[in-house]
Design a protein around this ligand. Structure first.
Ligand code: HPA
Length: 269
């Protein structure tokens, strides 16, 4: 690890007098939330020592500190993905930085392929649990003082934050589903056989992020809320090819509802 999370945390804290206790990572489909923030300070990823710029189309790559529905937040717009070739250390550095800033609650959002029969394109799914099939673990080989290496994952996703999200969805008239998210490394999408297998082991949606961040957040003692936007039907179910453009197009479409939902959620905290 080339970057000291404390150093990066102090750099961000020096930009503002706000002391957010809530962090929000915006994946595809949730990027529009950034326009809803009363911004106090911003920093691009590459302004933080040890963090590369984000390269994926549709992902901006910056930290924004401000207020969302009156709640002080640090928003990470875009993320560094494992499939871009970044190490797990780099992928999860923002979570360690947020923890070092005193952020205790983390909202992780993403775009995902729907596997469960009840999930339609454009649906939002609260992640109730996950399966890590990325073939790597962000805690492997790294030792940080003051945290445990063997981290319990029994209650990875906070029931309390999930209830607040459920209430927010109800208030907005947005349908919120619940399910198990499985993470693959990507960047190839899944084969029909993989999706059939995932369905058999209890997976509702599949994506290429979030799980490493949840693991590190739990190591740091943070409460985690996971939220997926279903941008496509996973391979095998739809019988159609999946393209990144399709995922981005649905992401844009869902952006307004995503902003409404997260704003309402923040207002309830
Ligand atoms: N598979 C994996 N990751 C994804 C998908 C998918 O179908 N859709 C959006 N991210």
């Amino acid at each position: 690890m080339s970057t000291n999370p404390e150093e990066a945390a102090n750099q961000l804290l020096r930009l503002t007098k706000l002391r957010p206790r809530l962090g929000i990572v915006l994946g595809s489909a949730f990027g529009g939330v950034v326009d809803e923030i009363e911004v106090e300070a911003e920093a691009r990823f590459d302004e933080i020592p040890g963090m590369p710029a984000s390269r994926v189309e549709g992902h901006v790559g910056k930290f924004v500190i401000g207020r969302l529905a009156g709640t002080e937040v640090l928003v990470q717009a875009g993320r560094l993905h494992y499939y871009e070739g970044h190490s797990m250390d780099v992928v999860t550095l923002p979570v360690r930085v947020m923890a070092a800033m005193g952020i205790g609650r983390l909202v992780l959002t993403n775009a995902a392929g729907g596997i469960a029969d009840g999930l339609d394109v454009g649906d939002f799914m609260q992640i109730t649990d996950h399966i890590n099939l990325m073939g790597d673990n962000p805690l492997r080989g790294v030792e940080y003082s003051g945290v445990q290496q063997f981290v319990d994952m029994t209650d990875a996703y906070s029931v309390e934050l999930g209830q607040a999200l459920g209430q927010a969805a109800e208030n907005c008239g947005i349908k919120l589903k619940q399910g198990v998210y499985l993470a693959v490394s990507g960047p190839s999408y899944e084969t029909p056989a993989e999706i059939r297998a995932f369905k058999q082991i209890g997976v509702d949606a599949v994506g290429m992020s979030t799980v490493p961040e949840t693991i590190v957040a739990r190591q740091c003692g943070m409460e985690v809320l996971g939220l997926s936007c279903i941008t496509n039907t996973a391979a095998a179910k739809g019988g159609q090819a999946i393209t990144h453009d399709e995922v981005l197009a649905i992401s844009t479409h869902a952006s307004q509802a995503a902003s409404k939902l997260l704003k309402m959620f923040c207002g309830l905290l």
